[in-house]
Design a protein around this ligand. Structure first.
Ligand code: GDP
Ligand code: MG
Length: 589
């Protein structure tokens, strides 16, 4: 029993310490599932006295009027030598062994504002009228507060009724019946049996004949005000109480189940049963909570390393996992890389098609360029210059689609970088690093794009700089038209001659275009895609190596809210784990 109670106290105190039932409470609380004991009853009915005698020490303020103005939470701890000390929820770590000091702290705390929760609750007495100096609402306020405590299904109610008043007027019975109609968690306690009118007795009540409860009624004789004034101690008071029942002609037959000591034992037994019945539920609640905490903690990621090496390692690791995700996008493990192929397979060919070389090589244009190239002297055999100009001016238009392919792939890569950034869980934790990595990756892509543009346009320009002579040599030489120097100048510029030149050039340009259609993607992949896969963050890493601890720290500056959350989750997890270990020890041990 001792272990069970101390287990409950441990868990309950730990929960309270963590503010488990404070505002910031997304997690289920242990609080709700653990039993507490509260005393209820009218003012001066003997509540504090009863609680005190269960605990066995003098420390709750007692007297006429509302002394206990609000719930007090108190725990008792046993220490090795058998000496006891009290500890308040509102004063963690402060141990009171001097029970006079405990009494003072209660009185002081009663005047302070904080509301604390409890293991044993000494509730203020229920009243019927507001006395001088009290607000009218006090009667209801107290009643509501008391009710809020005892309506919790895990609250064991000690309903205190003074024997020197008619039971029919008992506030304790009235309110406990309201919250526990079947009396499953209510203990009826009859105080002040020694103060009953001569000639009357409480036998009917104590035998359960007047008002039936699940548990047997218990009569007690607490210390009177006179006893307290004379500082009669608890041990003496208990002895006197025992003697009172044993020697009383009315209660002698009930003596074995009367008195504070018996009440204490009864309560312990009941508490034990309640706790035992709650253990499986508690265990599953705890393990569920542990799971939730672990999930959230792993979602929040690891805490930041403290030394420079650790920080650098962390950053590199995070970057590596980003890089990995980025590669997966390109390789097809994740989506998006296929868009690049679409540029080569679709966008580039259709852009090339839209160039419409045949329009460029219209008769008029051919004539214009050929004539211009001739200058003041018409060509003699073949319009060499004219051919070159026609070819160059057509090929140069391919630069446009080539550049567009570079830009399109660049846009896709940038998109994949952003996608990968947001898919890198570890980066979520560090907003600054996220921004920096993303900027560094985009910078690299920009540099690669420039390189790619240079190389790709060079491919196009190279085609203009040197023509494939064989192509023209293989063309059928028509001696009659065009190739013959004996033709008159007028023949040389007639439509069919020009059409022939146009179609020769078109055939050549189409051939070149088909080959560029194949080589542009190679250049783009080589300069952009392959490079991005190979060394997207190389420059960033080089810069990283030069950074000092302070700068590394600023890269890993977590959102303070996240840091705080992690710490508090960690603490909670620790608490729940130790509670779990404690409970397992009780059940398996
Ligand atoms: P509370 O207001 O319900 O907490 O009641 P207290 O425990 O403060 O008791 C009120 C007064 O009644 C105190 O002076 C106690 O000494 C006295 N008292 C309580 N119980 C008994 C009892 O069983 N017998 C006698 N003679 N006096 C009692
Ligand atoms: Mg009291």
């Amino acid at each position: 029993m001792e272990t069970l109670i101390s287990l409950v106290n441990k868990i309950q105190r730990a929960c309270t310490a963590l503010g488990d039932h404070g505002e910031d409470n997304a997690l289920p609380t242990l609080w709700e599932s653990l039993p507490s004991i509260a005393v209820v009853g009218g003012q001066s009915s003997g509540k504090s006295s009863v609680l005190e005698s269960i605990v066995g020490k003098d420390f709750l303020p007692r007297g006429a009027g509302i002394v206990t103005r609000r719930p007090l939470v108190l725990q008792l701890h046993k220490i090795d030598e058998g000496r006891e000390y009290a500890e308040f929820m509102h004063l963690p770590r402060k141990k009171f062994t001097d029970f006079a000091a405990v009494r003072k702290e209660i009185a002081d705390e009663t005047d302070r504002e904080t509301v604390v929760n409890l293991t044993l609750v000494d509730l203020p007495g229920l009243t019927k009228v507001a006395v001088e100096g009290q607000p009218e609402s006090i009667v209801h306020d107290i009643e509501n507060m008391v009710r809020s405590f005892i309506e919790k299904p895990n609250c064991i109610i000690l309903a205190i009724s003074p024997a020197n008043q008619d039971l029919a007027t008992s506030d304790a019975i009235k309110i406990s019946r309201e919250v526990d109609p079947r009396g499953e968690r209510t203990f009826g306690v009859l105080t002040k049996i020694d103060l009953m009118d001569k000639g009357t007795d409480a036998v009917d009540i104590l035998e359960g004949k007047s008002y039936k409860l699940q548990f047997p009624w218990i009569g007690v004789v607490n210390r009177s005000q006179a006893d307290i004034n004379k500082s009669v101690d608890m041990i003496a008071a208990r002895r006197r109480e025992r003697e009172y029942f044993q020697n009383s002609p009315e209660y002698g037959h009930l003596a074995s189940r009367m008195g504070s000591e018996h009440l204490g034992k009864l309560l312990s037994k009941h508490l034990e049963q309640v706790i035992k019945s709650r253990i499986p539920g508690l265990q599953s609640l705890i393990s569920k909570t542990i799971n939730e905490l672990e999930t959230e903690l792993s979602r929040l990621g690891r805490p930041v390393a403290t030394d420079a090496g650790g920080k650098l390692y962390m950053i590199m690791e995070i970057c590596r996992s980003f890089d990995q995700i980025f590669k997966e996008h390109l390789d097809g493990t994740r989506s998006g890389g296929d868009k690049i192929y679409n540029v080569f397979d679709n966008q580039l060919p259709s852009a090339l098609k839209r160039l419409q070389f045949d329009k460029h090589l219209s008769m008029d244009n051919v004539r214009k360029l050929i004539t211009e190239a001739d200058g003041y002297q018409p060509h003699l055999i073949a319009p060499e210059q004219g051919y070159r100009r026609l070819i160059e001016s057509t090929l140069v238009t391919i630069r446009g689609p080539a550049e567009s392919a570079v830009d399109a792939v660049h846009a896709i890569l940038k998109d994949l970088v952003h996608k990968s950034i947001s898919e890198t869980m570890e980066l979520k934790q560090y907003p600054t690093l996220r921004v920096e990595v993303s900027a560094a990756a985009v910078d690299s892509l920009d540099r690669m794009k420039e390189e790619s543009k240079k190389a790709t346009l060079q491919l196009v320009d190279m085609e203009s700089s040197y023509l494939t002579v064989e192509f023209f040599r293989k063309l059928p030489q028509d001696a009659e038209k065009g190739g013959n120097p004996t033709h008159s100048i007028f023949d040389r510029y007639n439509d069919s001659y020009l059409r022939r030149i146009g179609s020769n050039v078109l055939a050549y340009v189409n051939m070149v275009c088909a080959s560029l259609r194949n080589s542009i993607p190679k250049s783009v992949v080589y300069c952009q895609v392959r490079e991005a896969k190979r060394c997207l963050l190389d420059y960033f890493f080089a810069e990283l190596g030069k950074k000092e601890t302070r700068q590394l720290s600023s890269l890993l500056d977590e959102d303070p809210a996240v840091m705080q959350r992690r710490t508090s989750l960690g603490k909670r997890l620790e608490l729940y784990r130790s509670a779990q270990a404690d409970i397992d020890a009780v059940t398996w041990g």
